[in-house]
Ligand binder design. Structure first.
Ligand code: MTE
Length: 327
């Protein structure tokens, strides 16, 4: 489709340099001072391995091999990615996640439970997850349903590597992805703006598409708490809310699962949520977008592209579907 270029890469790191060690060395442990903070001390009670200290997310360098999935647009400056966020578990203001998540979200130990209609259900820790496939850097557009966009150099593994490992049964037609919901760590759960835990879903062919990424980092580092550490979904042709953050479980199911935003307002947020400039949101047009970091509020808006610019790769997934009905 012309907007991708092959990765002319800097040096490709050796597999041994991309290893999960990035997650396990030099991490910030909960020490005496933090343990005396009531909320955090309580949080430890819910951690799986009693007796071992739990760690907050501190972005650390993470090696990755360059991938050919790179849009030509200039990546958004990292400080915007780190400070302008949606992570309602920490509050609904754009500044809440960066203010509240880094000192509260415990990411190690972390497990991802993969279950449901699969031959080999498994509980992965981060180390096991990162052995499924080489970590790749992919530069994707992120288009939020609210009308802004960014360009992010993600680090992650294709979700299809995990799907292959657990061996879905023929009856598995959809995946449901569930984010962490821990009131001790997440002050936003006191609000009923959404039903918790945050739930998202994909059809099996969407989940297995090569573009669908389980992101473990961005901008050359492990993920910051506010961006959904230690593991989040990224589906670049769909609106940003499909990319569930801080995922704790993936369930393979037969029927289309309910997703949190659809529960909150079914007439405004559909299951598919493919970026589509021709289908307006009930309350605003989706024809244009504001690229964060480009000249402030009064900068000219960019036209939004069908499937966020990934039509060539994904349009065939929806052949014969009325995209106005299945929004
Ligand atoms: N995941 C969870 N668990 N909770 C959320 O509130 N917000 C979504 C998505 N994933 C959200 C979430 C929305 S609306 C967007 S646009 C993206 O995360 C924003 O990701 P970013 O803050 O890393 O740019």
């Amino acid at each position: 489709m012309g907007s991708f270029k092959s990765a002319a890469g800097p040096s490709v790191p050796k597999a041994s340099e991309i290893t999960p060690e990035a997650f396990f060395s030099n991490r910030r442990r909960i020490t005496g001072t933090l343990l005396s903070t009531p909320g955090i001390a309580l949080g430890l009670g819910s951690m799986p391995s009693v007796g071992s200290a739990a760690s907050l997310a501190v972005p650390r360098p993470l090696g990755a091999q360059p991938s050919s999935w790179r849009v030509m647009d200039k990546p958004t400056e990292e400080h915007h990615f780190l400070s302008y966020n949606n992570f309602y578990e920490f509050g609904t203001d754009k500044s809440d996640p960066a203010e509240k998540a880094p000192s509260r979200l415990l990411v190690d130990p972390w497990t991802l439970r993969v279950e449901g209609l699969v031959a080999k259900p498994q509980i992965f820790d981060m180390q096991e997850l990162l052995k499924l496939a080489a970590v790749e850097e992919r530069v994707y557009r992120l288009r939020c349903v609210e009308g802004w966009s960014m360009v992010v150099p993600w680090l992650g593994i294709p979700l299809n590597a995990l799907i292959k490992r657990v061996q879905p049964l023929g009856s598995a037609k959809y995946l449901q992805l569930v984010s962490l919901a821990d009131e001790k760590q997440m002050p936003g759960l006191r609000s009923d703006v959404l039903q918790w835990p945050y739930r998202e879903g994909l059809r099996m062919d969407e989940a297995a598409h090569d573009l669908t990424l389980l992101a473990v980092g961005a901008y050359g580092k492990t993920l910051a708490a506010q961006n959904g550490a230690p593991i989040r979904l990224v589906v670049p042709w769909k609106y940003g809310f499909k990319s569930a953050k801080s995922i704790v479980s993936i369930n393979f199911v037969e029927r289309q699962p309910t997703i949190s935003w659809q529960k909150a307002a079914a007439h405004e947020y559909g299951f598919y949520s493919n970026v589509n400039p021709e289908v307006p949101h009930r309350r605003w047009s989706q024809a244009t977008e504001r690229r964060i970091g480009e000249g402030g509020l009064f900068a000219p808006r960019r036209p939004t592209l069908m499937f966020n610019g990934y039509a060539e790769q994904v349009a065939s997934l929806y052949t014969g579907m009325d995209l106005r009905r299945y929004y």
